[in-house]
Design a protein around this ligand. Structure first.
Ligand SMILES: [Mg+2]
Length: 188
């Protein structure tokens, strides 16, 4: 079965969110429970696996661009060591009020991914995130949307959003996808 594209939000999906702060250094980047196992499982099912992350701390002058890159190198090396795969990381460094075209729910990062992976078909993709903006970006492009529960600040907004599926973690999502893939291959 051909692998489908997967878009992942970062904070609150792959790593634990720092409430009221930004992940500035690798030691602050703490993987969510079983996220590394999830990424290993997802690597068997999806290609490309793309991270799309809003990092407004850069535009606010709180984190240097280079520090975000260092954190991402750390993330990628840990994922690879655990047998997983992330094919590309995009992040929006702009301040929320800058009016850029890449801060989710804007679609700039998804379109950059389409340039880098021309075979990518949005309608075949999943978007996994913990924020309303993730769900909006995914549904704007016809993706299936998976909400990782836990962002209580946006719970009421998300309650009203017609996402297809809700999960407690990226690991739960991976288990669901593995089961779905095995049942569809049995049906072939
Ligand atoms: Mg998030």
């Amino acid at each position: 079965m051909a692998k489908r594209p997967l878009f992942l939000d970062r904070d609150g999906v792959i790593n634990k969110r720092l409430k009221g702060d930004y992940v500035r250094y690798p030691h602050q980047f703490v993987f969510e429970n079983r996220a590394l196992d999830a990424l290993r499982t997802l690597a068997e099912l999806f290609y490309p696996i793309i991270v799309v992350s809003n990092q407004a701390g850069v535009g606010k002058g709180l984190i240097a661009l280079e520090d975000v890159e260092v954190v991402h190198q750390y993330m990628l090396s840990k994922v690879e060591d655990a047998g997983g795969r992330i094919d590309k990381v995009y992040f929006c460094p702009h301040h929320p009020e800058e009016g850029c075209l890449c801060r989710k729910p804007a679609l700039g990062m998804a379109y950059r991914a389409q340039c880098d992976f021309p075979e990518l078909i949005f309608e075949e993709a999943w978007m996994v995130g913990d924020s309303l903006s993730d769900m909006q970006m995914g549904s704007s492009l016809g993706m299936r949307t998976a909400l990782i529960l836990g962002k209580e600040e946006e719970a009421a907004l998300l309650e009203a959003f017609p996402v297809a599926r809700r999960f407690h973690s990226l690991w739960d999502f991976a288990v669901y996808c593995r089961a779905e893939a095995s049942s569809s291959s049995e049906n072939c």
